[in-house]
Design a protein around this ligand. Sequence first.
Ligand code: GLN
Length: 247
Amino acid sequence: MTSFIIAHLYPNLMNLYGDRGNLICLQKRLEWLGYDCRVKSLDIGDEWNFADVDMIFMGGGSDREQSLVYDDLQCKKEELWREIKNGFPVLFICGSYQLLGSYYLTGQGFKMEGLNYFDFFSEGGPKRLIGNIVVEVKNNNETYQVIGFENHGGYTYFNDTTLRPWGKVIKGHGNNGKDHTEGIIFNNLIGTYLHGPLLPKNPAVADFFIRVMMARKGINIDSGCLTDKIENYARQQVLAKVMKIKS
Ligand code: GLN
């Protein structure tokens, strides 16, 4: 049986608002498609070997927890960037999304150097951006409404205007609450503020990653057997509720 391994970076530090549910979702969907999927935890000081894993996932974290993992990540910076450029599938949520830029300056004035892959920065804003969020993204050449939950003090701004935000905010705050952008997409990397967890609420995004993981093993996804009937019903209920709320 073909098996997949997803690396979960710093699971004890970077894991907020149900982020681990993203891994359970990927595991379950792969299982339903007839594959095996294991999650491998990688903690501070652990060696990474990209040849052994099919995808990388990191959740969000408090400012303190973020600062603890930043140093460790700096040691893996070159290797990770090489893989991202080669199309390695990566999902980074909130605090881990922020570190892909040049820096994160917390509201308390503490500055963390980012990995500098992209020319954007994050700075603590006047109030935390909290609540349910709906974002329109392009997924598999179709427009898809992504639903999630955000809670961040950092506001993210792109210096480089050629960077591609992941989506457009329909409801909620996104990168900075002003320019209606949300997250970033680059090759097969998605950085986003959306907790929720993201993937169970948005199975099409889970399938984006599954498709990439499979293609890298030379398999074409046939997700026809996953009807997503229950998931879509749940999505409709949440969408209706969120879109009704005044922001
Ligand atoms: N600590 C960061 C912030 O408040 C990220 C929070 C998170 O991951 N939810 O902006």
